[in-house]
Design a protein around this ligand. Structure first.
Ligand code: ARG
Length: 411
């Protein structure tokens, strides 16, 4: 059995059932690249600060790089005796380069290390999300231009309200997703501060250069307060929060398109390559992609609720509860990326039935507000005009005429 990094003061080996329960390695191995990235910067800093020699630093970094490529190739077993990815990498390093490897953790705790790794992971993946969001925005912009003059019914309470342009509809979603993009930019500014050097909770008596490490890793600055640095998971809460709002938008867009694709609406035809059939009913064509995007929003909201609940009563500073943050982050990012990847492809595959939309507008009383406003311009009081047009709608309805026809009778 491997000796624990903290084995010095323990007289018994850890119960294997606790070992299994305690371990985060089965999921946090996803952080291996970021852990090594942080460790390499930390090692260079230790050498610059004369806490280790440059030769030792070189040996450690070369070892870490080899371990990274071995992990990439899946050459190591994820042995939970190592508890987490941080311990596994350190263990592999000592195995590889010997006692010098034991110097890597100088001036560092897993508490500052783990939040550094998670920030690096979030930063890398949120960049992917930003690029996908930009592609979705471009698709919506293209659609809004393509359909700028195609008239369609607009709804409130899902009842026909006033005519709008289909292009305007896509612009509305463009505006919503644009706000999401700015939320991500705001998140980035608050998140992009390095916690490394905060140690377990109280910094270090060693002459570490926190700023140099922060700059080397592309952070804007350091988290000043060491207690805050290791306790803070606001960036996870905010990530889940902007992801949730983004999913609200994707879900509403999906819902609109699901309704439009029904036989009753017939505003949009689903492409065969983007729809699914029924195993029983031969005529069916189902909008599964949209339903899944709508459904996955529930999953992301769940993660937001989970991280809020994990954090809400934690005394400062680090508590093991915070190990729960990882799967929340991984799944939120994975799910969001999957939805953002499919949505522009799906939108581009749709055939919009603009003729049908126009017909609906012609056959409805959606021009009632326009007519009312014409009466107002002629000097009638708004309330009277409202009442008058309301009566015309009633007549048109019973006499099976258009509002225009009824109005002409009164002019
Ligand atoms: N696996 C731990 C986590 O994910 C790493 C930090 C452990 N720190 C500690 N003091 N036990 O949160």
């Amino acid at each position: 059995m491997k000796t624990k990094a903290w084995g010095g003061r323990f007289q018994k080996a850890l119960d294997p059932r606790v070992e299994k329960f305690n371990a985060s390695l089965p999921f946090d191995h996803a952080l291996f690249k970021h852990d090594i990235q942080g460790s390499i910067a930390h090692t260079h800093m230790l050498a610059r600060q004369k806490l280790i020699s440059f030769d030792e630093a070189e040996l450690i970094c070369a070892g870490l790089e080899q371990i990274q490529s071995e992990l990439q190739q899946g050459l190591h077993v994820m042995d939970t005796a190592c508890e987490d990815i941080h311990m596994l990498i350190e263990h592999l390093l000592v195995q590889k380069i010997g006692v010098i490897g034991k110097k890597l953790h100088t001036g560092r705790s897993r508490n500052d290390q783990v939040t550094l790794d998670l920030k690096l992971y979030c930063r890398e993946n949120v960049t992917i999300i930003q690029n996908l969001l930009a592609a979705l925005l471009q698709t919506l912009k293209d659609l809004s231009i393509q359909h700028a003059t195609h008239i369609m019914p607009g709804y409130t309470h899902l009842q026909e309200a006033q005519p709008i342009f289909l292009g305007q509809y896509f612009s509305a979603y463009q505006a919503m997703f644009q706000r999401d993009a700015t939320r991500i930019q705001d998140w980035f500014k608050r998140m992009n501060l390095s916690p490394l050097g905060a140690g377990a909770l109280a910094g270090s008596s060693l002459p570490l250069d926190r700023i140099w490490v922060a700059q080397t890793l592309g952070f804007d600055n350091i988290v000043e307060n060491a207690l805050d640095a290791v306790s803070d998971r606001d960036y996870v809460i905010e990530l889940c929060s902007f992801a949730s709002i983004l999913m609200v938008h994707l879900s509403r867009l999906s819902e609109d398109l699901i309704i439009w694709s029904t036989q009753e609406f017939n505003f949009v035809a689903l492409d065969d390559a983007f729809a699914t059939g029924s195993s029983l009913m031969p005529q069916k064509k189902n909008p599964d992609v949209l339903e899944l995007v709508r459904g996955k929003s529930g999953r992301i909201f769940g993660h937001l609720m989970a991280i809020l609940t994990v954090m809400k009563a934690l005394p400062l500073a680090y508590n093991k509860d915070m190990q729960e943050d990882k799967e929340i982050v991984f799944d939120t990012i994975k799910t969001l990326i999957a939805c953002l990847e499919i949505m522009p492809l799906f939108l581009n595959s749709l055939q919009f039935n603009t003729k049908q939309m126009e017909n609906r507008v012609d056959k409805s009383f959606m021009n009632a507000t326009n007519i009312l406003e014409k009466l107002v311009l002629k000097g009638m009081a708004f309330r009277d005009a409202h009442h008058t047009v309301g009566q015309w709608v009633q007549m048109a309805n019973t006499q099976n005429k258009t509002l225009q026809e009824i109005m002409q009778e009164y002019e």
